[in-house]
Design a protein around this ligand. Structure first.
Ligand code: TPP
Ligand code: SF4
Ligand code: MG
Length: 317
């Protein structure tokens, strides 16, 4: 009896044939438990908002029955970017501000993986600002969750691009004078095709945003407010009903396909809105590149590698 085979997209979107014995269905294989995904004890300060985001990532993996070989967790540098250390799975703690280009390479060469990137406001919008814009405009499939604490935590309190005017830090002893960026506006304007906002103090909402982002076929961005209790205590109290603040969900009649409406929503004064601001389905770089590769493979069908190489050399003559 011939063994059943499953087709999985391999490098560059080509199809690799894998025996079904190594690709069990979700019914045959149990989802990972938190115990199996949790690595070292997180080294964050007690009370740091990042704990909640990590716990919800574990919950997401558990709930959606994702297995080790199907996910990757990438980060840059910062307290929040320590994230992959604490996940017992494939991942990378990469260079400051360079998580997105690294993750882009993974996403484009392994379309069968769920690529998750976590990091901070400094990593995303200061040193990594350029990469943020370009990854968004290219619509490379991945989920990017920025744990925004309005400060550089790891390096002990410098002004970040999201610090509000007047914030006193080691780099602005008399109060920040530079206008902060608005991550939501920036993401929409850069071309991200899924843009959502949440806060680590509302676990159900964080999980819902992560699930929706993961299901989006394109570059999905989440700004998650995550308090730095050490260097910016109380920053997000106004967004936390348990501290007397307001948690306003995106209005039910909001049209998330309308870019201008999303932009308006992003302009609301703090604490603003929480939910999906913008969602647009357009072709990803992943599918476009896979198409080009398929076309190229068709042209050289039946040729050996050295013959393809020779053809290229001949063309260059
Ligand atoms: C090239 C480079 N420049 C500067 C640093 C120092 N540095 C490390 S983390 C960081 C900022 C981190 O801030 P953020 O991304 O907001 O993360 P948080 O610690 O707040 O979670 C800086 C400036 C570095 N590690 N590498
Ligand atoms: S310094 Fe701030 S961001 Fe870093 S672990 Fe401590 S509370 Fe969290
Ligand atoms: Mg920060």
């Amino acid at each position: 009896m011939s063994e059943a085979i499953a087709e999985v997209p391999a490098r560059g979107g080509n199809i690799a044939v894998v025996p079904s014995s190594v690709t069990p269905t979700s019914e045959e294989r149990k989802g990972l438990t938190k115990k199996e995904i949790a690595a070292d004890h997180p080294t964050w300060c007690p009370g740091c908002g990042d704990f909640s985001v990590l716990a919800l990532y574990f919950k997401l993996i558990e709930k959606r029955k994702m297995w080790h070989e199907k996910i990757t967790t990438v980060a840059g540098i910062g307290c929040s970017s320590r994230f992959p250390y604490f996940v017992q799975a494939h991942g990378v703690h990469y260079i400051h501000g360079r998580a997105l280009p690294f993750a882009s390479g993974i996403s484009l060469s392994r379309p069968d993986l769920h690529v998750f990137v976590f990091g901070g406001d400094g990593d995303a919008f200061s040193i990594g600002g350029n990469h943020f814009n370009h990854t968004a405009r290219k619509n490379i499939k991945m989920t990017y969750c920025v744990m925004d604490n309005w400060v550089y935590g790891l390096t002990k309190k410098q002004t970040s691009p999201t610090s509000p005017l007047g914030f006193k830090s080691k780099t602005d002893q008399w109060g920040a004078v530079d206008y902060p960026i608005n991550p939501m506006k920036q993401a929409i304007a850069a071309g991200a095709t899924f843009v959502a906002r949440t806060t680590s103090t509302n676990p159900n909402h964080v999980l819902a945003m992560m699930e929706a982002a993961m299901d989006h076929d394109g570059f999905s961005f989440i700004e998650c407010l995550s308090e730095c209790v050490e260097f910016y205590e109380g920053a997000f109290d106004a967004a936390n009903p348990r501290k007397g603040g307001m948690f306003n969900e995106v209005p039910k009649n909001h049209d998330a396909s309308d870019e201008l409406e999303a932009y308006k929503l992003a302009g609301a004064d703090f604490p603003g809105y929480f939910g999906i601001f913008y969602k647009n389905n357009k072709a990803t770089k992943n599918t476009k590149e896979a198409e080009i590769q398929r076309g190229m493979m068709e042209k050289v069908k039946g040729l050996k590698d050295w013959q393809i190489l020779q053809k290229n050399f001949d063309r260059m003559k």
